[in-house]
Write a protein that binds this ligand. Structure first.
Ligand SMILES: Cc1ncc(COP(=O)(O)O)c(C=O)c1O
Length: 402
């Protein structure tokens, strides 16, 4: 008798949906396809030699580094990050306010495990990062979506949405915002809206999850202060990652918040993986302490700034005049609206023409974005940007000719 899986799978497993981006990746691997799809860093820019030189820590501290580690993270890495981030965080954060996680993705999963009961709502940007929708949904969350413009989440819309949800008995736990060079829109939450968001969170007693994997990758203009640094009531949980500023293969990130939430998340993490790989944390710590991170950041910022400019030029040259987009001032992404074109169909036309991107609906928790696409400029080779833009324009032409 064969296994009746449907009777065995948990409710959570039965409701799980594949990540739309990971689903698309199979097409992007087709030979000859230029990929603007996954939010991948440029592999040619990885600091391979510097990272390899950090392996010296294994010989020097092998007896510690090859052992199980503390669940909250490898001490030297936490010490480095607390100092390194002090400017952004407004102060040196304390040891019990930081947890090292296996990517920011784990950070958000642990936060949801600590806060979300089935049906609890999260206020999310419309559009937002599909990986967040995936994790949050798996943990039983429902979503209240908040439209965005070029200055990020439109904070003024929140009070009405919160009050409406509360009237119908929905419990809202936190506001999720990707503050800098948002994935996918590229928007930066303005300073004024950061303050307003915090005031609203205080008024309605909500937490804010400030997700900031792209904040260090600013190509022009001044950094906005973190919401964390403005917070006097311990309600902001801030996450950052080495994925975009060093290498996603390291799977090392950090999350900072009040000791109460960090302690709960640490307990959940104990059950998930005991600790993030001490070996990789030690490599990352050694790399950072040796000054390589500070040496690499200006290089990668100028490298990506050029690629961003490159995509801006070829999009201006090749995309149809009615395509709407803003050139981002940092991060990885162009968010393009192509009025009247269904992006799912466009995706398949794009694959036929030899270019891939992510279609809009993947970024909308409760539906929408049919005529939008996200194009990542960091991964493709500089020489391929123009050919990719031409192919995209041809695919749009194919759609319009139908
Ligand atoms: C907004 C956002 N948050 C979190 C993540 C997850 O990053 P990590 O590689 O640190 O898990 C990503 C990855 O693309 C992202 O875009």
């Amino acid at each position: 008798m064969s296994v009746e899986w449907d009777k065995l799978f948990s409710e959570q497993a039965m409701n799980i949906k594949p990540s739309p981006i990971r689903e698309l990746l199979q097409y992007t691997k087709k030979p000859g396809v230029i990929s603007f799809a996954g939010g991948n860093p440029d592999p040619l820019a990885f600091p391979v030699a510097e990272f390899a030189s950090a392996a010296i820590v294994l010989g020097r501290n092998g007896m510690d580094v090859l052992q199980y580690g503390a669940t909250d993270g490898y001490g030297p890495l936490k010490d480095f990050l607390a100092e390194w981030m002090a400017g952004r965080m407004g102060r040196v954060t304390n040891y019990d306010e930081m947890l090292i996680t296996t990517g920011s993705q784990q950070g958000m999963d642990l936060l949801c495990a600590a806060l979300i009961d089935k049906g609890d709502a999260i206020l999310v940007e419309d559009p937002t990062y599909p990986g967040a929708i995936h994790t949050m949904r798996n943990r039983g969350a429902s979503f209240i979506t908040v439209p965005c413009d070029k200055d990020g989440m439109i904070a003024d819309l929140l009070p009405e949405k919160i009050e409406e949800a509360r009237k119908s008995g929905v419990k809202i736990k936190f506001i999720y915002t990707i503050v800098n060079f948002q994935n996918p829109s590229g928007a930066v939450l303005s300073g004024e809206r950061r303050k307003k968001l915090l005031e609203i969170a205080e008024k309605y007693d909500l937490l804010i999850f400030e997700d900031d994997p792209y904040g260090h990758l600013r190509y022009e203009g001044e950094h906005e202060p973190t919401i964390f640094s403005m917070d006097n009531s311990n309600r902001v949980v801030f996450a950052c990652s080495f994925s975009k500023i060093l290498a996603p293969g390291a799977r090392v990130a950090w999350i900072v918040g009040s000791p109460e939430i960090i302690k709960k998340m640490t307990l959940v993490k104990q059950g998930a993986d005991l600790c993030t790989s001490v070996v990789t944390q030690a490599l990352v710590a050694e790399y950072c302490v040796k000054g390589h991170l500070d040496g690499f950041l200006p290089k990668i910022v100028s490298h990506y700034a050029k690629k961003c400019q490159g995509m801006a030029e070829v999009f201006a040259k090749h995309l149809p005049k009615d395509a709407e987009y803003a050139v981002p001032r940092g991060g990885f992404f162009f968010w393009v609206k192509i009025p009247g074109v269904d992006s799912k169909e466009l995706f398949m036309k794009g694959i036929e023409r030899g270019v891939a991107f992510v279609n809009g609906p993947a970024f909308f928790a409760n539906g929408g974005g049919e005529d939008c696409i996200r194009a990542c400029f960091t991964f493709a080779r500089p020489d391929d940007l123009e050919e990719g833009a031409k192919r995209l324009a041809q695919a749009i032409g194919d759609m319009k000719a139908k």
